[in-house]
Design a protein. Structure first.
Length: 193
C-alpha cells in the first residue's frame, strides 16, 4: 500500500461510479496516495465494501442500486468508512435522512477529489461527536447552497437539523480542542454559515 498524502497510516478508498471512465480517472488520481478499489455499480460496491475500506466516494445516480441505497447498506454493515456523495445530483430534502460525511457536486477536479478524500480520512480519526458535528454541518451547508435563506427558515426539516446541530455541538465542545487550527476553523465556518 502507498503512503497517504497526509502522512498518516495506509488507507483504502472505494470509488463508486457507474461511469467507468470517470471512476478509473478518480482511481488513477487517488492511487498516487492510497490503495483504491473501484466499483461501477451499486451491486459491485456492496460486494467490494468491507470493514477494511476507510473512505468511499459514492455517486448517487446509478441504475438498479442507487448510491443512496448503497450508503444505507454500508451504514448497516461493520466498518467505519467515511462517505462522500460525489455526484451531479443537486442536494434536496432527501439528504436530511442520509448518513454521509461530505456532499461534493460534480464536476470535480483532481485536487477536489484528493482534498475530499483527505478530509474523509482525517475525520475518520475524530471522536464520534466531532464526526457527527462535521457531517451535520456538511448537510446543512449542502441545503444552504441549494435553497434560499427564506425557504430554509420556513422549513420544519431544516429547523430540526439546526436544533440537532446545536445538540451535537454542545456534546462536541469539549472535543474541539483536539482539532488542529485548520480543522477548527473549518468546523466553525461550517457551523456559523
Amino acid at each position: 500500500m502507498a503512503d497517504s498524502a497526509d502522512g498518516s497510516d495506509n488507507h483504502t478508498v472505494l470509488v463508486v461510479d457507474d461511469e467507468a471512465d470517470f471512476a478509473d480517472s478518480v482511481a488513477l488520481w487517488l492511487r498516487e496516495h492510497w490503495t483504491v478499489e473501484v466499483a461501477t455499480s451499486g451491486e459491485e460496491a456492496l460486494d467490494t465494501y468491507s470493514p477494511d475500506i476507510d473512505a468511499v466516494l459514492l455517486d448517487r445516480r446509478m441504475p438498479r442500486t442507487s448510491g443512496d441505497e448503497v450508503l444505507h447498506e454500508i451504514r448497516e454493515r461493520d466498518g467505519n468508512a467515511r462517505v462522500a456523495m460525489m455526484t451531479a445530483v443537486q442536494p434536496n430534502w432527501d439528504i436530511v435522512e442520509m448518513e454521509f460525511d461530505l456532499y461534493v457536486k460534480k464536476p470535480v477536479t483532481k485536487e477536489d477529489v484528493i482534498e475530499t478524500t483527505q478530509k474523509l480520512l482525517s475525520r475518520a480519526d475524530y471522536a464520534l461527536e466531532l464526526q457527527a458535528l462535521f457531517a451535520l454541518s456538511e448537510k446543512i451547508g449542502a441545503l444552504r447552497a441549494n435553497y434560499s435563506a427564506h425557504e430554509l427558515e420556513d422549513d420544519e426539516r431544516f429547523q430540526r437539523l439546526q436544533d440537532e446541530l446545536e445538540r451535537v455541538q454542545a456534546k462536541a465542545n469539549d472535543r474541539l480542542g483536539e482539532l488542529d487550527d485548520d480543522e477548527f476553523t473549518e468546523v466553525m465556518t461550517l457551523i456559523e454559515d
